[in-house]
Write a protein that binds this ligand. Structure first.
Ligand SMILES: Cc1cc2nc3c(=O)[nH]c(=O)nc-3n(C[C@H](O)[C@H](O)[C@H](O)COP(=O)(O)OP(=O)(O)OC[C@H]3O[C@@H](n4cnc5c(N)ncnc54)[C@H](O)[C@@H]3O)c2cc1C
Length: 314
């Protein structure tokens, strides 16, 4: 009998893991209490760029692995992943450019930058999550994985039907495993507006007044954002939204007056360190895979490859 694996979670992390495990020949069932398009992952911008997640050699290697995979995925027009050009705006004297080890970048033209800022122009993958997550789900299913809508409240009870459980439950991963209270939800609010024809991205982490980014999805421009550690309200706040639009319009004046298409809030799974490890002392083999903060899409394929290498030696 093949190795029966339950993956708890159908966000970008759970689905990417399910894909890799199914491709490696395992019998995979994804258990999720929300549809992929109802997850935090569906709220993400979602651009390949490290933000608010562990910074270490191990995680850096996963950045590179994910970038390589997303570049290949972008060859399939149905996947909803595009390689987009854009600018990372910098407002500190010694900006962290470690990411340029993987993505080619060159100094941005000063005429494209806010006064006093520097910046790097680069080309990286950007996923239209409303298209990418259903595509990824379909890829998993084509490889034989099943997606089952179910609340999991006891990981050990999965031992009845599975040999291994992978917990990819995002901001609820620690609570579900019951041995980790270090996950901090980081609230992120976005507003999606009609695209006036601007197909580049802008990311300005240290903009006056707060985080500002403009991300061209295929169906809208995603404007963000906020970084509110410990805040869990999923209601979009109109004052915050107005401030986001103001900051983003300062970056891309063509946004002014564009119709609002939708608004959303997500809770990033904040954790000082990414948790990808075997959890000892359980009724079945359990692997934790959560804590990606603001970099879940960015680290997704690297995470999936690492989890698969943890599972496969058996
Ligand atoms: C506004 C915003 C913008 C962002 N932009 C970017 C970006 O541009 N690039 C980037 O890389 N990242 C971005 N992120 C971060 C990214 O969204 C997260 O890191 C990522 O979604 C985490 O994915 P996940 O699969 O771990 O969690 P989630 O997407 O939250 O999925 C968790 C899954 O677990 C399931 N689950 C949880 N508990 C249980 C249970 N007990 N039983 C059954 N199922 C359960 C849920 O139903 C869900 O399916 C952004 C986040 C926000 C909020």
């Amino acid at each position: 009998m093949s190795h029966r694996i339950a993956v708890v979670g159908a966000g970008v992390i759970g689905l990417s893991i399910a894909h890799e495990l199914a491709a490696a020949g395992s019998d995979v069932t994804v258990l999720t209490d929300a549809e992929p398009l109802e997850t935090t992952s569906a709220v993400a911008g979602a651009v390949w760029f490290p933000y608010a997640a562990e910074h270490s050699p191990a995680v850096d290697a996963m950045l590179g692995a994910s970038l390589r995979r997303f570049r290949a995925v972008a060859d399939d027009p149905d996947a909803g992943v595009d390689i987009r050009s854009g600018i990372i705006i910098e407002r500190t004297p010694t900006p962290d450019r470690a990411w340029t080890a993987w993505a080619e970048a060159s100094p941005a033209d000063p005429s494209e930058l806010p006064a006093g800022a520097t910046g790097m122009r680069t080309r990286v993958p950007l996923a239209t999550m409303s298209q990418y997550l259903p595509w990824l789900q379909a890829q998993c299913e084509a490889l034989g994985a099943r997606i089952e809508r179910r609340v999991v409240d006891d990981v050990d009870a999965l031992a009845r039907d599975f040999d291994t459980a992978v917990v990819a439950a995002g901001a609820r991963g620690g609570e579900l495993l019951g041995d980790d209270d270090t996950v901090v939800p980081i609230r992120g609010q976005v507003v999606r507006v009609a695209n006036p024809g601007f197909w580049e991205f802008r990311i300005d982490d240290d903009a006056p007044g707060g985080l500002a980014y403009v991300l061209p999805r295929r169906d809208c421009l995603v404007l963000g954002g906020t970084h509110e550690a410990g805040q869990t309200s999923l209601e979009p706040d109109p004052e915050i939204e107005a401030a986001i639009i103001e900051r983003c319009t300062a970056l891309v004046p063509a946004i002014a007056g564009q119709p609002i298409l939708s608004r959303a809030v997500g809770l990033r799974p904040g954790r000082e360190r990414l948790r990808i490890e075997e959890v000892p002392g359980r009724a079945l083999r359990v692997i934790a895979a959560y804590g990606h903060g603001g970099s879940g899409m960015t680290l997704s394929w690297g995470t999936a490859e690492r989890v698969t290498s943890l599972v496969s030696p058996r």
